[in-house]
Design a protein. Structure first.
Ligand code: ACO
Length: 399
């Protein structure tokens, strides 16, 4: 007996599936999505319950190890991550080789790839100790790299991590603290960021996670696989959409164009313009994460004492789009990226940092999938087929 894919191949059948709309490339026990019902669960736990009650690191443990941690497991995990936050001083100098105009996502990806060079003798995907160590290293060091990408873009000095602080508070301090001054973490901001990070932690076989798996299937280590995932996330059709949404809202506001006219241009597909932050390959109903982000946007802005007309503009756009046949027929609803940018902006993050925040959110999911794939006896190198459409055979001139 042979499996179905071997049978198809042996009998000369190939499935052409642009964008893998119908093709499962793996089995996975990490995240459940029902796109028609708008349901998202990590290891069976509803995203709403986790976002309300859990922490980034607790959810990271859940995704990676499959169960909620005990209090002792969680505190040991937290402690271990705090001990690994420092970057090698040489790696810090790596940032100065990049222009200050560099996009922080490019900096994050380049520095993550560079991080692997410090651990080449401890990066064997088949060595469980290496895998554990690098899981912790990445959770500890990527937020520091992300904050340095931010600091570099605004021309400020890098701070050392403050390991007396918890994960999110430390991250906020690294981003917003300045050398000469004390930094008091704003509890509202900290909790709001923690919630947003939790909402991003995993989303099954999205483009960046599939990239991590594809690269990992070749035997590449965690650093290489995840820096590839960061690059996949960068694109505006994926994680880059949160930055694109804010740019879109800013352009509508500055151009004086009415929201109705903008929506008309989207519907007519003028110059390929899209309503960024709308639509999803899997959700054909309201994205449950977008629902939670929208609910907290007003609350967070009010608690931070920020009033932003772009939030009103976003709501107006949503209302017009959701009552329009174009969007109804295509089942296009706001996705997680539609409202996150307004909150990140209220926190003080520059627009170009938004996708970096998404990457830090998604990191535990990437790690969990990379590890699940390594432990799956059925894993093979990822190698899609093609349907060749070129010339069959030609003679080189004069031969
Ligand atoms: N604005 C206007 N029209 C849209 C949009 C949109 N945001 N999204 C999809 N459509 C239209 C398409 O033009 C297409 O119309 P057609 O039937 O007339 O050709 C139809 O809806 C189906 O869209 P597809 O592109 O086939 O859907 P697909 O599943 O391939 O793409 C995607 C999903 C990439 C998310 C798409 O909806 C999109 O580009 N959205 C905007 C970018 C965005 O917000 N990305 C973030 C996704 S969520 C995430 O990564 C976290």
């Amino acid at each position: 007996s042979v499996d179905i894919s071997t049978f198809m191949r042996q009998t000369g059948h190939t499935t052409l599936d642009y964008g893998f709309v119908n093709t499962a490339a793996t089995k996975s026990a990490i995240t459940f999505i029902d796109g028609d019902q708008g349901i998202l669960r990590y290891r069976g736990y509803p995203i709403e319950q986790l976002a309300k009650n859990s922490t980034y690191l607790e959810v990271a443990w859940l995704l990676i190890y499959g169960e909620l941690p005990t209090a002792d497991e969680l505190s040991a995990f937290d402690e271990r991550i705090r001990r690994h936050t420092l970057l090698h001083e040489d790696l810090k100098r790596f940032f100065s080789a990049l222009p200050h105009t560099a996009h922080p996502m490019s900096v994050l990806s380049a520095a993550t790839a560079a991080l692997s060079t410090y651990y080449e003798n401890e990066s064997d995907p088949h060595n469980p100790e290496h895998v554990e160590l690098n899981t912790v290293r990445m959770l500890a060091k990527l937020p520091v790299i992300a904050a340095y990408a931010h600091k570099k873009s605004v021309g400020q000095a890098f701070l050392y991590p403050d390991n007396s602080l918890g994960f999110v508070d430390n991250f906020l301090k690294l981003n917003f603290g300045v050398l000469s001054e004390d930094y008091d973490v704003n509890a509202v901001m900290s909790r709001a960021l923690e919630r947003l990070l939790i909402l991003h932690e995993d989303h099954e076989q999205n483009a960046s996670t599939s990239t991590v798996r594809l690269v990992g299937s070749t035997g590449a280590n965690q650093f290489s696989s995840i820096s590839a995932g960061i690059n996949a996330l960068y694109g505006p059709l994926h994680g880059g959409a949160n930055e694109a949404v804010l740019d879109m809202l800013g352009r509508i506001r500055d151009s004086g164009e009415s929201v109705e006219r903008f929506v008309e241009r989207v519907k007519n597909k003028e110059d390929g313009v899209k309503l960024m932050g709308f639509g999803h390959r899997v959700y054909k109903n309201y994205d449950p994460r977008a629902k939670l982000v929208k609910e907290s946007a007003d609350e967070v802005l009010e608690a931070l004492g920020v009033s932003d007309p772009l939030l009103d503009l976003a709501k107006e756009l949503e209302e017009i789009a959701l009552s329009d046949d174009y969007f109804k027929e295509r089942r296009l609803y706001p996705n997680v990226d539609f409202y996150t940018g307004v909150i990140y902006k209220a926190m003080g993050f520059p627009t170009r940092m938004f996708t970096v925040l998404f990457a830090i959110g998604r990191l535990p999911g990437w790690l969990a999938h990379w590890r699940e794939m390594q432990g799956d006896a059925q894993t093979k190198i990822g190698r899609p087929q093609q349907l060749y459409t070129g010339a069959t055979e030609r003679q080189y001139p004069g031969v």
